[in-house]
Design a protein around this ligand. Structure first.
Ligand code: IPM
Ligand code: MG
Length: 369
């Protein structure tokens, strides 16, 4: 068995609790001879600010760069609300994404049969839902310059964020979306706002060109991002692969998350370009945040974090079977009635974070027995 090097960055809030459940699963996969990992820990976010004065040290970044994959819990919280913008907890995560070149963020929104009633939408609208949001992650308004607040002569202020995209950035994310769709339904929807943004005009033009050049046999639909948000709550199953920019992807993936029952269900993979050796930098994290209101109380749902490990097995280590096994164990645990507070029906008994981790490990055991 190859020994994969994983860097674990639990971060803040519920991050350490959900990461502890992933470590249980990692322990089990090793014991069972399914996949062996060598794990290291480091700090990111508010806890790194407390320890080192920055949200990510150069040493932690170097470890992330050297690892086969990084698993991250969550960053941020009210404790760091007053720190300077440049060193805020989120800057650690953004630096990891940018400096490791993780431009492709895959956010699958799957509605598990057992959870169709936990969704904010009616069962028939979400049952069987399986959308893959492909969010561009290292460009756009998150990183565009200038990004500043200046003082005007009259003493009032002026804030600027810059939305920038180049042909190359759009091309490479379009390729990721079409390549994924090829293995799924063959349908891609691309969301932008070409009606008001120049970056939207270029986005639409480049995605159209990539489609015609290399994927003409597949179906491409363009949708305005605001309309897309509406369609996601109106008739979400019309989408398969949805490709969009960094900011629209942030918003639309939170919408998609609620379709699945809870923000606590969505894993994600952030991938870099494939290098000459066929490997790529990768970071896996839940879509949810640090949820400071429930942190430390054994209330968080660890399934998005455990699902992120399943994505690592699939996308970083080529262990598709092990990934299917783990995804299957999550499905089984839910089918067996395991529920954390966020997905439990009103008035029913819910498991804690650790209880849900145990339920997934028990389901894994049952599957390989
Ligand atoms: C996400 C989060 C981050 C983002 C924050 C924590 C910086 O909301 O991954 O969706 O905006 O990208
Ligand atoms: Mg977000």
């Amino acid at each position: 068995m190859t020994n994969y090097k994983l860097l674990l960055l639990p971060g803040d809030g519920i991050g350490p609790e959900v990461m502890a459940e992933v470590e249980k699963v990692i322990g089990f996969l090793g014991q069972a001879g399914i996949a062996a990992f060598e794990t290291e820990h480091d700090l990111v976010g508010g806890c790194a600010i407390d320890a080192h004065g920055v949200a990510l040290t150069d040493a932690a970044l170097a470890r992330a760069d050297a690892a086969d994959a990084v698993l991250l819990g969550a960053v941020g919280g009210p404790k760091w609300a007053e720190v300077a913008y440049e060193i805020r907890p989120e800057s650690g995560l953004l630096r990891l994404r940018k400096d490791l070149g993780l431009f492709a963020n895959l956010r699958p929104a799957i509605c598990y049969p057992a959870l169709a009633d936990a969704s904010a939408l009616k069962r028939e609208l979400v049952e069987g839902l399986d959308i893959m949001i492909v969010r561009e992650l290292t460009g756009g308004v998150y990183f565009g310059e200038p990004k500043e607040i200046t003082t005007l002569p009259d003493g009032s202020k002026r804030a600027v964020d810059t939305q920038v995209y180049t042909t190359g950035e759009i091309e490479r994310i379009a390729h990721v979306a079409f390549d994924l769709a090829r293995k799924r339904s063959g349908r891609v929807a691309s969301a932008e706002k070409h009606n008001v943004m120049k970056s939207g005009v270029l986005w639409k033009e480049v995605v159209t060109r990539v489609h015609q050049a290399d994927y003409a046999d597949m179906a491409l639909e363009h949708v305005l991002a605001d309309n897309c948000a509406m369609q996601l709550v109106r008739r979400p199953k019309q989408y398969d692969v949805l490709v969009t920019d960094n900011l629209f992807g942030d918003v639309l993936s939170d919408v998609a998350a609620m379709l699945t029952g809870s923000l606590g269900m969505l894993p994600s993979a952030s991938l870099g370009a494939v290098d000459a050796k066929g490997s790529r930098k990768a970071l896996y994290e839940p879509v949810h945040g640090s949820a400071p209101d429930i942190a430390g109380r054994d209330l968080a749902n660890p399934l998005a974090m455990i699902g992120s490990l399943a994505m690592a097995l699939r996308y970083s280590f080529g262990l598709g079977e092990a990934a299917d096994l783990l995804d299957g164990a999550i499905t089984d645990a839910l089918a067996n009635g395991a529920r954390t507070r966020d997905i439990a029906a009103e008035g029913t008994q819910a498991l804690g974070t650790a209880g849900m981790g145990d339920a997934v490990v028990a389901a894994l055991k049952a599957r390989i027995a």
